[in-house]
Design a protein around this ligand. Structure first.
Ligand code: AMP
Length: 120
């Protein structure tokens, strides 16, 4: 169940501010409030989707195409293609997803180290 009171829903409705870097019909991108890399941007779809699981099952083809294109466009506009960047999207408790509105993290701005530090 999507919670319309989650913080990213409030950002989409303009009820709380964000440091916006990109917006189009399908997506909004803004800087993470607690950056974990020199560049840390979140890209969110405008539709009400909890996570990639919900989005990939229930979003329209146009929403999915628009969102994925937006992620790439944000990275290009921020000049990240040459140096490189990392995408991350959390789903559910094991991933420690905090905000229940789909968001893709874009990390960049320095060598990003190993993919995961968690040991099994
Ligand atoms: P996740 O753990 O994948 O759900 O990540 C949620 C991210 O949202 C974290 O990196 C938070 O720092 C970030 N965040 C939470 N509230 C805000 C906000 N108001 N503006 C920007 N980023 C936020």
């Amino acid at each position: 169940m999507y919670d319309p009171e989650n913080i990213f829903a409030k950002i989409l409705r303009g009820e709380i501010p964000c440091n916006k870097v990109f917006e189009d019909d399908h997506a909004l991108a803004f800087r993470d409030i607690a950056p974990q890399a020199p560049v840390h941007v979140l890209v969110i779809p405008k539709g009400a989707y909890v996570s990639m699981d919900d989005f990939s099952e229930n979003a329209s083809d146009a929403e999915i195409a628009g969102f994925i294109r937006a992620v790439g466009q944000v990275a290009r506009e921020l000049g990240l293609v040459e140096p490189g960047y990392r995408l991350l999207a959390n789903h559910g408790p094991d991933s420690h997803q905090e905000v229940p509105h789909l968001h893709v993290h874009i990390f960049a701005g320095q060598p990003l180290g190993p993919m995961l530090t968690t040991k099994t």
